[in-house]
Write a protein that binds this ligand. Sequence first.
Ligand code: MG
Length: 307
Amino acid sequence: MELQLIDYFRQRIPQYPCVRLGIGDDAAIIDLDIPQCVVTTDILMDGVDFRLSEVTPEAIGRKALAVNLSDLAAMAASPKACVVGLVLPEKGGVEIAKRLYDGLLPLARDFQIAVAGGDTNSWEGPLVISVTAIGLPSPGGGLCRAGAKPGDRIIVTGDFGGSLLGKHLTFTPRVWEAIYLYRSYEIHAGIDVSDGLALDLWRLTVESRCGAVIQAEKVPISEASHRMVAQVKSRMKPLDHALHDGEDFELILAVPPAEAARMLRDQPLSVPLTDIGEFVPDRGLWLEKGKKRTPLEPKGYQHKFSL
Ligand SMILES: [Mg+2]
């Protein structure tokens, strides 16, 4: 099965000049012409990150690459090449693999990222897909989670919450947005929102050794958050979905106040930029409603581990 698939991939996957040796050898050789590169990897598993019974393989293939592109965006890195690891279920595996690539390749083309190789196995278990992406850092090193300073504004792209209603499969990774913003404005730190606005903002504050205050009325709540409240019978409000649902794949940026004001005046992207609060010296996370500040739990999606 593997040889047949490799031939199929070789024919289907477009060639890029940076890939000196691609699919078919023991490893790929990629021309980068730089002393440093950015590397990120993500694993998606049937039953944990998606259900193959509910989602098309095309959507899963697209998402497996898109989440990696979002991580490159979080670093303001430009996509260069990726490798794809597949663990296919024995039954129907070849067909699933082809359809995964049907979803992955158009996104790869949109973001000019070469598929340089990978590995394909099969087993009696469920589908697992792992993509590893390589990018070039922005001049000046790129963004990290560390670097936010007290007084910086919290700037976010897009809106938040309810991504389960569709956005988690169709989102556009903010790659070009991040590169443009990093090139055009002073930005101290950044992260992409994979597991929830509150949780990922908290992760950024941990690395930056500071805290953050979100102003409740400023959070851009998606229309899907409102639909979630209507559809799912829980006590969550639209704001709770915006703060704690995962997989928005928007950006959180720490921007000095004057630069943040300029950014908001310019609104240089096709997606809105919003100032939702500020970084503060005290460690922790707070939600401000009117004049009242209450601690905000950094709840979001987290994988479970046990020893
Ligand atoms: Mg990330």
